[in-house]
Design a protein around this ligand. Structure first.
Ligand code: ADP
Ligand code: MG
Length: 263
């Protein structure tokens, strides 16, 4: 396994005698409340570099909130979150810097409707990262090629199918060269015939070694592509393990009940 001796975090892990694989994302006893509702309860969540972690669980169990805490879209009241060794809590945190490290893909595609596909991809790199436009456009076209949409570069989002929009959203996230990609039910809003084209793009990313956290109900994808499955219920991680373990031999009653409903 690859280890990273150079980050203070990896060193601390090693000193603690823990798992010394290269940790990219970690939460420690993460707690989050919305008002009086306790939605994340002592969540210890780890993603190693190159790992594909699939998060499953009933609606309202805190899956989206967890993803949003990882890239600073939500604040949290207690616990720790680290992305590549950099804490998202405590004084002097630069959330913008952390946010750029993680690409996020949502159920609703969140494309800019008044911009072409190409401009959707180049807007942030050119304006935020001050990349030369021509350079950004070249990379955008290469990424559109990769997701099978180079011929749609000049189209507007409402000229695309749902599956095409989601592939554009993935390409747009990749433009920021993220260290990991977070997917929140990326195929849930799609007609069934479009699910595969999006999962195929995600499968290819995984094959190339992208670190990914995927909230999904696509159990075929979870089994085939996931290295680890995390089951959440009522704000807690109830069980986790290899897909084959969690799906075939769940240990916890709550996991069995959930799988019984969806499989
Ligand atoms: P999941 O993604 O697993 O369906 P969520 O993380 O979206 O669950 O939600 C967890 C709980 O937090 C739910 O009870 C939900 O209603 C609540 N919640 C989520 N977002 C907000 C918000 N912005 N304000 C108040 N409550 C919220
Ligand atoms: Mg959700």
């Amino acid at each position: 396994e690859a280890t990273n001796e150079h980050t203070p975090f990896a060193t601390a892990e090693k000193a603690a005698g823990g798992d010394t694989r290269d940790v990219l994302i970690r939460t420690v006893r993460l707690n989050k409340w919305f008002g009086r509702q306790h939605v994340l309860r002592d969540v210890d969540f780890v993603v190693h570099r190159g790992e594909v972690v699939v998060v499953i669980g009933p609606s309202g169990s805190g899956k989206s909130t967890l993803l949003r805490c990882l890239n600073g879209l939500e604040t949290f009241q207690s616990g720790e979150v680290y992305v590549d060794g950099v804490p998202l809590h405590g004084p002097g945190v630069n959330l913008d810097a952390v946010r750029r490290e993680l690409g996020m893909v949502f159920q609703q595609f969140h494309l800019f409707p008044h911009l072409t596909v190409l401009d959707n991809l180049t807007l942030a790199p050119v304006l935020v990262r001050r990349r030369p436009r021509q350079d950004a456009e070249e990379e955008a076209l290469a990424l559109l090629d990769k997701v099978g949409l180079r011929d749609k570069a000049r189209a507007f989002p409402d000229e695309l199918s749902g599956g095409q929009k989601q592939r554009v959203a993935i390409a747009r996230a990749l433009m920021m060269r993220p260290k990991a990609m977070l997917f929140d039910e990326p195929t849930s809003a799609l007609d069934p015939e479009m699910v595969k084209e999006v999962l195929d793009v995600m499968r290819e990313l995984a094959r190339e070694g992208m670190t990914m956290v995927v909230v999904t109900h696509e159990m075929g994808f979870a089994r085939e592509v996931g290295h680890r499955v995390v089951f959440m219920d009522e704000g807690r991680i109830v069980e986790e393990g290899a897909p084959e373990e969690v799906f075939n031999r769940p240990r916890e009653e709550r996991t069995k009940a959930f799988l019984g409903k969806i499989l």
